[in-house]
Design a protein around this ligand. Structure first.
Ligand code: TPP
Length: 617
């Protein structure tokens, strides 16, 4: 018997090197070898759907006492569940599908995981090796298709390779810059008799992520930080991935520098911390966006100068020098040249920086940011996040999300879909801890929230998990509520139902003369946004739909019922709960930097441009 090694966390050098296992050499089928390999790397949960090519693997899976398989309703759900699981637990998420359409249904979540650097292993069945390339039934070249959206992928036709490939896949997914790895296994390799050997020697000469930063670069960066007058710690999702949030806080408090956290980094630094300016970017806070614009130093940690953050690139942070630390050297200088490039794991980078900054202090060099803070505090005071109450005593979407955040609290995990509700969630829920905010930041995948919440709850059953979804997003993947109901995964779903594809509608309001082409959905408020629709004309009726899938369905239409319905949902823990919040459809997300414009053009509200003067330019 092999010992059960813990699933690899980021930074482990190899899955196969964990607690000195005894050597095992056994004869079995490729399919049995696959399940034994999954057990050996510590995979405890697999989300998937069987089909012809992967069927041999499902047979031994049925007997595994260590691997729980959760039968989803769509492979996209399996993929997002794997990413939700991964981000909530810090372990590698696993999904499984059959060949052809099963595998291609995984493409969106694989792309999503790639964009957001989430460790995931996707296992797909492939047609028999002799049939590959013949347009066989359910054949798709999933390795070819996913080549640009995976960190690595494998086509396995020799069953003897299965243990090594699985060990490598988990190692590659979890180490360095995390990401998805696809393992495509031909059906005949699963059926053939082979030898299972464990542990396996990992030999990946071309894959050696640099984790230890260069000492000279660290010293240089520390000097720049203490020498700057207007620095900003620009923090991205890499800090959460590297589990470096304690070190971030130490550095921030040691230096007194302001912090901004990107959409992928919410929770990396407490929202309540006085040094936190909020989120930068298209819908970021005015202080965060403006601080980057006026900064003389961007101290960039695990962030990637995404276009949603920079706005028009050549107008971004025009006065700033750049320190850029990232585990992935390809990110450095990609969008913005770095004056001090640092390749390394964010935790090691931050740990070394703390020492280097202290050494600068000891040598009498300490940054004076007091004038900078005067400005920042003024902007914080003048331009706080806020919203207008809804007209006609209706519910405003921001109010719903704010109340959920307040009543449910910062210990819970929140997963969002994509659109206005996602941005309001990022603005009005207060994130205090890492790993509590799951969203599709890079790809912007509608349909992410429900399956990601399912994956998170499967991995962290003792934590409250809320999906904050839009009525458009919800209609893409809500079938996974049946999976949740049947598998004892009692998530809560708050549908922010504005009866439309709200974010697209917002752009139509602002940039297309209020011509609402194809953005009305008919599931929420009436077209005029004021009168509720006649009975039975909500299509679909989310309450009935949820009840049909074994959930409790609730509806809330009035501000005075808001707290009570949230509390009611919090008390139900034996089934998933869906609350259909009927909100008014004309609310818009502010602040906003219109796509393609400079961050200097930020609007605090419609037509309202902050006036900063030009004394810092
Ligand atoms: C799979 C996919 N298709 C289309 C889009 C484009 N898109 C972005 S936001 C959005 C509207 C989302 O509507 P809803 O879920 O109701 O959220 P709201 O903006 O109203 O909060 C659309 C269609 C997308 N991001 N993803």
């Amino acid at each position: 018997m092999t010992e059960h090694a813990a699933s690899p966390r980021r930074g482990d050098t190899t899955a196969a090197h964990a607690p000195a296992p005894q050597h095992v050499v056994e004869t079995m089928t490729g399919a049995q070898s696959l399940i034994r390999s999954l057990e050996a790397v510590g995979a405890d949960t697999v989300f998937g759907i069987p089909g012809g090519a992967i069927l041999p693997a499902y047979d031994p899976l049925m007997d595994s006492a260590k691997v729980r398989h959760i039968l989803v309703r769509h492979e996209q759900g399996a993929g997002h569940a794997a990413t939700g699981y991964a981000q909530a637990t810090g372990r590698v998420g696993v999904c499984m599908a059959t060949s052809g359409p099963g595998a291609t249904n995984l493409v969106t979540p694989i792309a999503d995981a790639y964009m957001d650097s989430v460790p995931m292993v996707a296992i797909t069945g492939q047609v028999s090796s002799k049939a590959i390339g013949t347009d066989a039934f359910q054949e798709a070249d999933i390795c070819g298709i996913t080549m640009p959206i995976t960190k690595h992928n494998y086509l396995v036709t020799d069953p003897a390779e299965i243990p090594r490939v699985i060990a490598e896949a988990f190692h590659i997914a979890a180490t360095g810059r995390p990401g998805p790895v696809l393992v495509d296994i031909a059906k005949d390799a699963l059926q053939a008799t082979t030898t299972f050997r464990w542990p396996v020697e990992l030999s990946l000469p071309g894959y050696r992520p640099v984790t230890k930063p260069h000492a000279k670069q660290i010293r240089e960066a520390a000097k720049m930080l203490v020498g700057a007058k207007r620095p900003v710690l620009y923090v991205g999702g890499g800090v959460i991935k590297a589990q470096a949030t304690t070190e971030l806080r130490i550095l921030a408090e040691l230096t007194g520098a302001p912090v901004v956290t990107t959409l992928m980094a919410l929770g990396a630094f407490p929202d309540s911390h006085p040094q936190h300016l909020g989120m930068p970017g298209m819908h970021g806070s005015v202080p965060a966006v403006t601080a980057l614009q006026k900064a003389d130093l961007l101290f960039t940690l695990g962030a990637r100068f995404d276009d949603r953050v920079t706005g028009k690139l050549d107008g971004f942070a025009p006065h700033a020098k750049v320190v850029h630390a990232d585990i992935d050297p390809a990110e450095i200088g990609k969008n913005r040249p770095a004056d001090v490039p640092i390749v390394g794991d964010a935790r090691e980078v931050l740990a070394d920086l703390i020492v280097a900054v202290q050494a600068e202090f000891d040598a009498g060099h300490k940054g004076d940011y007091s004038q900078w803070w005067e400005k920042l505090d003024e902007w914080k005071k003048t331009y706080p996040l806020g919203y207008e109450p809804a007209p006609g005593g209706r519910l405003s979407p921001q109010q719903v999300i704010e109340r959920i955040g307040r009543l449910v609290g910062p210990e819970a995990i929140y997963a969002a879909g994509v659109g206005q509700h996602q941005m309001w969630s990022s603005q009005f829920i207060r994130f205090e801890k890492p790993g509590t905010w799951l969203n599709s930041g890079g790809a912007g995948t509608m349909g992410y929230a429900v399956p990601a919440a399912m994956g998170a709850k499967a991995g962290r059953p003792d934590t409250a998990v809320w999906a904050i979804d839009g009525d458009g997003c919800f209609q893409m993947t809500n079938q996974e509520l049946a999976t949740c109901a049947l598998n004892d995964i009692p998530i809560k779903v708050a549908v922010i139902n504005n009866g439309s594809l709200g974010m697209v509608r917002q752009w139509q309001t602002l940039f297309y003369n209020q011509r609402y082409s194809n953005t009305v959905l008919h599931a929420g408020p009436d077209h005029d946004g004021i009168a509720p629709p006649a009975q039975g004309t909500r299509i679909p009726d989310f309450v009935l739909l949820s009840e049909a899938m074994g959930c409790v369905g609730l509806r809330c239409e009035r501000p005075e019922d808001l707290d009570a319905v949230i509390k009611q949902a919090m008390e139900i823990n034996d089934r998933p709960v869906v609350i259909d919040f009927i909100v008014h459809q004309d609310a818009m997300v502010w602040p906003m930097v219109a796509a393609g414009t400079s961050n200097d053009e930020i609007q605090f509200a419609k037509g309202v441009r902050p006036d900063f003067g030009d004394d810092l330019d």
